[in-house]
Design a protein around this ligand. Structure first.
Ligand code: PAF
Length: 280
């Protein structure tokens, strides 16, 4: 596996791959890799000649500086995991590779997709995500790029980014990977205390219960149900939303043939966890 630390070596590699007609699969990450990331890598390996993984903790997508400071960094372990699973290259960009004109994000609008949920509670987050992803797409020029459904809103935004800018890149969604007890895999999970980790499967359990409850209740009632459920836990509910899967607008009532998804963000003290569930 090639370990690339500067943009020049990535350019050289991409030119070589393109010349020989090799297809490139791209898996962007912020490191602290877990089985969720591996599932993206595995899918890319199946579908492309060459799989390149990036590891970059993107400062502009953090609206909370403490969260950025505490984001886990496990470079050696990440390299070992990627080697073991057969990735072809890993790229650790320098900040200047991604932000040649200084560390600020560009402003993006995606027909309101960026205003809901994560966008509402993490102002500027999706500007940071769109900026870094657009830059990576310029550098790596992949045929396929892989995004986990755990960050479903991010996935939708990247799909729109590609559409708006007519980028010839296929965005491939990959299903959420869960721990055996149901907790959605996330790099932030290692920050949970032992007792928070023990309690954390409740997030997925409440999502499943909400899905059942919604069958015989209204959306408003289901939201109330979830709020009440979280009062019985030590987690603080930031939002629970039932939204249209495509435009991410909060649903007011159940409509026939509409694809709905439940979205949730909770705090375990200062650790923020998100999850979502297909309601169809
Ligand atoms: O999902 C992530 O890990 C990040 O948001 C991404 C896509 C790597 C962009 O920094």
């Amino acid at each position: 596996m090639e370990v690339l630390n500067n943009i020049k070596s990535v350019h050289n590699l991409i030119v070589k791959l393109k010349k020989t007609g090799k297809t490139i699969g791209f898996v962007p990450t912020m490191g602290a890799l877990h089985q969720g990331h591996i599932s993206l890598v595995e899918q890319s390996l199946k579908e492309n000649d060459f799989t390149l993984v990036s590891v970059f903790i993107n400062p502009t997508q953090f609206n909370n500086s403490e969260d950025l400071k505490k984001y886990p960094i496990t470079i050696d372990n990440d390299i070992e995991i990627l080697k073991k699973h057969g990735a072809d290259a890993v790229y650790f960009p320098k900040v200047e590779d991604i932000y040649p004109n200084g560390l600020t994000s560009e402003h993006y609008e995606f027909f309101g997709l960026e205003m809901q949920m994560e966008g509402k509670f993490r102002p500027g987050h999706f500007d940071g995500v769109a900026t870094v992803i657009r830059r990576f797409f310029e550098i790596v020029q992949p045929l396929n790029a892989y995004f986990g459904e755990k960050d479903f809103q991010q996935l939708r935004i990247v799909q729109e980014l590609v559409k708006n800018f007519h980028l010839p890149i296929q965005i491939v969604p990959v299903a959420i990977k869960r721990e055996e007890d149901g907790l959605a895999m996330s790099s932030r999970n290692v920050r949970l205390t032992e007792s928070q980790r023990k309690e954390s499967p409740i997030i997925y359990q409440i999502l499943l219960q909400a899905k059942e409850y919604l069958k015989n209740h209204s959306i408003e009632e289901t939201k109330k149900f979830v709020e009440e459920k979280f009062k019985e836990t030590s987690f603080k509910l930031e939002y629970f939303e039932i939204a249209d899967e495509k435009n991410l607008l909060p649903a007011k009532e159940k409509l026939k043939d509409q694809k709905l998804r439940a979205f949730i963000a909770v705090f375990a003290d200062e650790v923020r966890l998100i999850d979502n569930l297909d309601l169809n």
